[in-house]
Design a protein around this ligand. Structure first.
Ligand code: CP
Ligand code: NVA
Length: 302
């Protein structure tokens, strides 16, 4: 049994399969063709943080594959009343086939997985957001072909998205140019990289974007860090992806953002709503890649 708790849980070969499979699943969806490999299977979705994309993509995706979902939040389950995570895992995993969790510390999802009888998927933790990077790289491939050998510029917080980009760069063979304000740097030990060869740190976000194939950013304040909001607004003021940064990148560079976005903070409206932005495809692709992932975790390669 495989879990998907971080990007490094799968290999380059697994990803090659998943990207191919997601393309096929997307094609069938667009052609209104039935695809019911998960008939009679149930996915439990546990949300300890808010979500739009993750909920809709997993829920719609599971129904489209013939399965069903159970939606739980901290507020409406015993999870919010201090039932131990281990007990919750033992109970929930006796009744469903697959579990998706969005929570705070990565250790929480790891503890759940240790006591789960069924595969567990990370729908975002403080440390990682693997399903999002799966969608982002699939989107890159759709537009520009293989990401191997390419350069991704990360502008902003050294957060869950940044950590996951670092893991992906080592597995799939591309470079990440990271620029964060002081005090918000990425920490290689969280990503668990073998070496620092796949990424380079830049103080100046313009330099990180120079010659990049993809420029990407995220909110200045992630969920769970709201108390730092005002301090972050000051610290991140120069880390707004603007047209100058996009001009420093390659002429055919793409812009991505996992969303939700704050125009005028981490990105200028002219960039996210401009011709190089692929944010809507990126959001839609969450559903297609996660359908491939759920199928893979339950049925293996088909
Ligand atoms: N990108 C993403 O995970 O969006 P939600 O928070 O809306 O799920
Ligand atoms: N880094 C953001 C991503 C939201 C999808 C957060 O964790 O809130």
């Amino acid at each position: 049994m495989k879990h998907y708790l971080q990007f490094s849980d799968l290999t380059a070969l697994d990803y090659a399969y998943l990207f191919e499979r997601a393309a096929l699943i997307k094609k069938k969806f667009k052609a209104y063709e039935k695809h019911h490999p998960l008939a009679d299977r149930t996915l439990a979705m546990i949300f300890e943080k808010a979500s739009t994309r993750t909920r809709v993509s997993f829920e719609a995706g599971m129904y489209q594959m013939g399965g069903s979902v159970v939606h739980l939040t901290t507020g409406d389950s015993q999870l919010g009343r201090a039932e131990p995570i281990e007990d919750s895992a033992k109970v929930i995993s006796r009744m469903v086939d697959l579990v998706m969790i969005r929570t705070f510390e990565q250790t929480k999802i790891e503890r759940f997985a240790q006591h789960s009888r069924v595969p567990v998927i990370n729908g975002l933790t403080n440390e990682f957001h693997p399903c999002q990077i799966l969608a982002d790289i699939f989107t890159y491939i759709e537009h520009r072909g293989s990401i191997a050998g390419k350069t991704v510029a990360w502008v902003g917080d050294g957060n869950n998205m940044a950590n996951t980009w670092l893991q992906a760069s080592e597995i799939l063979g591309f470079k990440v140019h990271v620029s964060t304000p002081g005090g918000y740097e990425v920490d290689q030990s969280i990503a668990g990289l073998r070496s620092s060869d796949s990424y380079r740190v830049f103080q100046d976000p313009m330099q990180a974007c120079a010659g990049a194939d993809l420029v990407t950013t995220d909110v200045w304040t992630s969920m769970g860090f709201e108390a730092e909001n005002e301090a972050r607004k000051v610290a991140f003021a120069d880390w707004c992806v603007d047209l100058d940064m996009m001009h420093a990148a390659k002429p055919d560079a793409l812009f991505m953002h996992c969303l939700p976005a704050h125009r005028g903070e981490e990105v200028q409206a002219e960039v996210i709503d401009g011709a190089q932005s692929v944010v809507w495809e990126e959001a839609e692709n969450r559903m297609h890649v996660q359908k491939a992932l759920m199928e893979y975790l339950l049925l293996g390669r088909l």
